[in-house]
Design a protein around this ligand. Structure first.
Ligand SMILES: [Zn+2]
Length: 333
């Protein structure tokens, strides 16, 4: 499966670390940590997928290192969320010379897909049912590449929110799809992929119940997030995010926008404003100045946790921890 990269493998620094354990199982690449974690869970005991976005890299803007580009070239299977999420992968995936099977996970049938919200401050549950539960088909392939985070403007109406992994019911759908794809690519291990998927389903169910239980205490307290990346989690557990500081997490919001958010923080008596480790935390300090809001941190990727099968569970628990720590400790109204 890796014969074509014989020369490259010899030259590549650190290629050993990226190469799978044996030549028999497929070479698998996953774009971001939570997706990598689910893939790693399905592959447990068989092989290890390569992760692209590491460290504090954002899911929306990343530059592939040469070693990562080579891992893509060698891949038999590539898992990513889709073109309005990992925009940095659009070109590399288009120009792949190998025969990798590229799986756009946001297209997996059976996912609950939510429409991206429009504007930075969301009217409480105003437009939320417009596209709820709808499986939106991406008929306009490639046309949305820059319409979302990359262009710096509001989400186009009807655009799908791509942070699908933050709903555990979606994670289960992804796990089933990943097991099927890997079983097709590697029939000899198909039964093991399926049994790993079945085990993961049980673990995700348990996670979901535990999170629901813990987040009951957070109730309806309003809070503001850094970028609109948590809608699936909010919906699943009924938390009350009322807005995002930035639509485009790679650009600093303007002064007018910051004033608007500050006004809403006071008006809603928001309990918390959440920064993200990938972006400038000083902004949040500026925003909460003179309001009753506290500062917290949320990370939709769980970038602090070591990549692997447990990472998804740590990420989800960490979101709950942060919400409970900031919202739950505020005096009730
Ligand atoms: Zn995001």
């Amino acid at each position: 499966m890796k014969l074509r990269s014989l020369c490259l493998a010899g030259l590549a620094l650190g290629a050993g670390a990226l190469a799978p354990a044996s030549a028999d199982e497929p070479a698998v690449v996953a774009s971001i940590k939570p997706i990598h974690s689910l893939v790693a869970g399905v592959m447990e005991g068989i092989g290890e997928p390569v992760l692209l976005v590491k460290g504090a890299g954002s899911e929306h803007s990343y530059s592939l290192r040469p070693s990562e580009a080579r891992a893509l070239e060698r891949a038999d299977v590539v898992f990513w969320v889709g073109e309005t999420m990992e925009t940095f992968l659009i070109r590399p995936l288009q120009t792949l010379s190998g025969q990798a099977k590229v799986v756009e996970l946001s297209e997996v049938p059976g996912l609950t897909l939510l429409a991206a919200r429009v504007g930075g401050m969301w009217e409480a549950h105003g437009q939320e049912d417009e596209h709820a539960g709808e499986h939106e088909e991406h008929g306009d392939e490639g046309g949305h590449a820059d319409a979302d985070h990359a262009a710096g403007e509001d989400h186009a109406h009807g655009e799908t929110d791509m942070h699908v992994w933050l709903d555990p019911t979606n994670a289960k759908v992804l796990v089933a799809a990943i097991a099927t794809v890997l079983g097709d690519a590697d029939p000899g291990n198909a039964a093991d992929y399926q049994s790993n998927a079945a085990r993961l389903h049980q673990q995700i169910d348990a996670l979901d119940r535990a999170l629901a239980d813990r987040l009951k205490g957070v109730g309806n307290r309003p809070y503001v997030v850094f970028h609109d990346g948590y809608q699936y989690f909010e919906r699943r557990y009924g938390t009350n995010a009322v807005g995002a500081i930035t639509i485009n997490p790679t650009q600093r919001p303007g002064a007018r926008r910051l004033e608007e958010i500050q006004a809403r923080l006071e008006q809603l008596d928001a309990a918390c404003v959440f920064a993200e480790p990938q972006f400038e935390p000083a902004l949040v300090d500026t925003l909460i100045e003179g309001t009753n809001a506290r500062k917290g941190v949320l990370d939709p990727l769980g970038s602090a946790f070591e990549a692997g099968p447990g990472q998804y569970f740590q990420l989800m628990n960490d979101l709950a921890d942060s919400l409970v720590a900031c919202l739950g400790s505020t005096a009730p109204e």
